[in-house]
Design a protein around this ligand. Structure first.
Ligand code: ZN
Length: 69
């Protein structure tokens, strides 16, 4: 299973219809405190870890998430 990072910058110039995503192999990430910061090649903003589960979706940081009722 890979760890996925996504660009959450709302004005990202990524040409796709979805947000820019970048996946890392597990062996490239030692732990949460030893992750090299990844940056979006389009807008140069820091990539945010994508939630592995929908229930982890945080509308405060992920604009694609539906606000909680
Ligand atoms: Zn971007």
């Amino acid at each position: 299973m890979q760890t996925k990072y996504i660009c959450t910058h709302e004005h990202c110039s990524y040409p796709g219809s979805t947000r820019f995503e970048m996946s890392f192999k597990p062996e490239s990430i030692m732990d949460d405190n030893n992750v090299a910061t990844a940056f979006c090649p389009f807008c140069k903003k820091e990539l945010m870890p994508a939630p592995a589960l929908t229930m982890d979706c945080d509308p405060r940081t992920l604009a694609d998430c539906s606000p909680m009722d």
